[in-house]
Design a protein around this ligand. Sequence first.
Ligand SMILES: [Zn+2]
Length: 151
Amino acid sequence: MFITPHTSAAIWVSTKVSDPFLAFIFSLLSHFILDMVPHGDDNLAEDKKGKEKFLYLLNVASIDMVVSCALVYFYVISHQGINHWVLFWAVFGAWLPDLAWIVIESFRLTSLYWYIVYHAKLHNIFSWQYSIVYGVPFQILVTLTLVKISF
Ligand SMILES: [Zn+2]
């Protein structure tokens, strides 16, 4: 799942708890729960190979991060009196599972490969895959729903 729906879940979590540690834990859990929902991006860039695939995924990830950061930015500037530490730890908890995955794979931390297997298993828990054509609108809908109940 793109990081934007995870970020919107983190923002929602930050509206529900006032303890940074709980915000982190609940956001971390929200990441794994959202990943379990079939979300249509399993075969992203499967028609591309090598450098082309890498650059395509880098572009998608960059746009995803910009949208996520914009979401947090607009939430912060439109809400006074929010606890920034709660929001920070919520967002960190929501991002950590994918950040860990990227770091483990990039630095080939083989002793932690079990985590990548676990993360991938969660994605396929319902073993139902569908096209990105439906995946992107679905993820936008999840994001908008979470933004609507948070803002
Ligand atoms: Zn994930």
